[in-house]
Design a binder for this molecule. Structure first.
Ligand code: UTP
Length: 277
């Protein structure tokens, strides 16, 4: 069983300046719920109850969000607003939150490596990038689908989706053979390739299941694209040993790290809520 989920949340979120000058990107709300809470709910639905969060300077609002707020709760006790805190109270009651800081932004691979202090050396774990907001109205969440696949293959799993060829340069891109419907055995991975040199248009998005041997591999991986330690490069080493599967998930993903994706997600959830009323 995968019980722990890592949330790298140390990035600066510069595409959302000035909003992210003093506020973590992960706390930006889609309607009334911060991005990271959507991620935590997806992890809980997939069976995780330990949320390990990689923070950095200026990210204390995340820690406060996943803690009890006695004054506020006392203030709204007995009023109609009380139910607005029910979901977050449920999360706080059911999950354990652990934190460590990434002191320097050295890339996603480095952020995940910092997470080793919060994880077991023996167990696989999940990774969610909260700025990729994923939903599946027709069934299991994206991480839940990946956990099921992990039970079968017992190796690293990355979530992927087809993107237009002129957008592949924004993603880690995989090369692989489809071994069952929507499941690829990965043979190669490239971080942010030139559009005309990408091995495919299958882009990795912010959902991973990783096996703990990834930490030794990251330790021996050199900085790659943009001088950052890339998780794609570490996973590529594992892929060459046939230890990585890519899964074309069922559902929808919003790139809430970009303003366009953020607005798209806001409209989607607004219409969903309106139609439920
Ligand atoms: P991004 O590159 O999308 O996030 O990283 P960013 O740097 O915060 O955003 P921009 O580009 O400046 O607007 C993807 C995810 O990886 C985390 C980020 O917090 C984000 O959730 N990350 C990235 C880290 O935790 N540490 C890093 O060194 C890099």
């Amino acid at each position: 069983m995968i019980k722990k989920c890592l949330f790298p949340a140390a990035g600066y979120g510069t595409r959302f300046l000035p909003a992210t000058k003093a506020m973590p990107k992960e706390m930006l709300p889609i309607l009334t719920k911060p991005l990271i809470q959507y991620g935590v709910e997806e992890a809980m639905d997939a069976g995780c109850d330990v949320m390990a969060i990689i923070t950095g300077r200026g990210k204390r609002a995340i820690t406060d969000h996943f803690d009890i707020s006695y004054e506020l709760e006392h203030q709204i006790q007995g009023s109609s607003k009380e139910k607005m805190l029910a979901d977050i109270r449920h999360i706080i009651d059911k999950c354990t939150f652990t934190y460590t800081r990434q002191n320097e932004m050295k890339g996603l691979g480095d952020a995940i490596y910092k997470g080793s202090a919060l994880l077991s050396e023996l167990d696989p774990f999940a990774v969610i990038l909260a700025d990729d907001l994923c939903v599946n109205p027709d069934g299991d969440g994206i991480l839940g689908q990946m956990v099921k696949l992990y039970e079968k293959y017992k190796c690293c799993i990355v979530a992927c989706m087809e993107v237009p060829q002129d957008e592949v340069h924004k993603y880690g891109v995989i090369e692989g053979n489809e071994i069952e419907d929507g499941v690829f055995m990965v043979s190669n991975m490239v971080e942010k390739p030139d559009n005309d040199k990408a091995p495919s248009n299958l882009a990795v998005i912010g959902r991973y299941i990783l096996t703990p041997d990834i930490f030794d591999i990251i330790k021996n991986t050199k900085p790659g694209k943009n001088g950052e330690l890339q998780i794609t490069d570490a996973l590529c080493t594992q892929a060459k040993k046939g230890m990585v599967m890519a899964y074309k998930f069922k559902g929808k993903r919003f790139d809430c790290g970009s303003v366009d994706g953020f607005v798209e997600a806001t409209n989607y959830f607004y219409n969903l809520e309106k139609n439920q009323k």
